[in-house]
Design a protein around this ligand. Structure first.
Ligand SMILES: CC(C)(COP(=O)(O)OP(=O)(O)OC[C@H]1O[C@@H](n2cnc3c(N)ncnc32)[C@H](O)[C@@H]1OP(=O)(O)O)[C@@H](O)C(=O)NCCC(=O)NCCS
Length: 142
C-alpha cells in the first residue's frame, strides 16, 4: 500500500491541470491540507481540504488515469474525512461535475447551492463552478 504524503504545489498542479480541475486559486498555503500518493517518486493521486471548521470543502481529488480503480481515490477520501474530524469539521462539502456517483458511495448527498454556509459560498470553487455543470454535495461527519 502507498504512503500518503504532503505534495509540492508543482506536483499537485501537474495532476490537477491534466484532469482539468480548478487550480487558479491554489497557493502554497493550501498544500498544508493537501495529501498525495506517490509511486517511484512520481505523484499518482492528490486530494485537498479547505477547512473552515465546523465546515470543510473537499476538493482537488484526482487519481492518474492509469492508476484508477485500485482503491486509491477511496483511501484519499477516507483520509480527508479523518483529518476533517480531527479538525472538528462536522459538515464536508464538495463540488463535482464528474464523480457524483463515486461520492454517493461514501454517503455524500446532493444539496441545493443556496443551502451552503457562507464559508463554502465564499470559496473560489463555489464561484468557478456553475450550476449547470456541477453539483454541490454534502456529508455530515460523525
Ligand atoms: C473519481 C476518481 C478520483 C476515483 O478514483 P479511483 O482511485 O479510481 O477510485 P477507487 O478505485 O477508490 O474506486 C473505484 C470505484 O469508484 C467508481 N468510480 C470511479 N470513478 C467514478 C466516477 N467518475 N463516477 C462514478 N463512479 C466512479 C468505480 O467504478 C469503482 O466502483 P466499484 O468499486 O463499484 O467497482 C478518479 O476516477 C478520478 O481521478 N477522476 C477524474 C477526476 C475527478 O473526477 N475528480 C473528482 C472531482 S471532485
Amino acid at each position: 500500500m502507498h504512503d500518503i504524503h504532503r505534495p509540492t504545489k508543482t506536483d499537485a498542479l501537474s495532476l490537477l491541470n491534466a484532469a482539468n480541475l480548478p487550480t487558479s486559486d491554489l497557493t502554497e498555503a493550501h498544500m498544508d491540507y493537501f495529501w498525495a500518493v506517490k509511486e517511484q517518486q512520481e505523484i499518482i493521486a492528490v486530494i485537498g481540504l479547505e477547512p473552515f471548521s465546523p465546515y470543510g470543502l473537499l476538493r482537488s481529488l484526482v487519481v492518474r488515469p492509469n492508476k484508477r480503480n485500485q482503491n486509491i481515490g477511496t483511501r484519499l477520501v477516507r483520509h480527508v474525512e479523518n483529518m476533517a474530524r480531527q479538525m472538528d469539521i462536522r459538515e464536508l462539502y464538495l463540488f463535482t461535475s464528474t464523480a457524483q456517483e463515486f461520492f454517493e458511495k461514501f454517503d455524500y448527498n446532493t444539496v441545493l447551492r443556496h443551502t451552503a454556509p457562507d464559508a463554502i459560498r465564499q470559496t473560489t470553487e463555489f464561484a468557478l463552478l456553475r450550476p449547470n455543470n456541477a453539483v454541490l454535495m454534502k456529508k455530515d461527519l460523525r
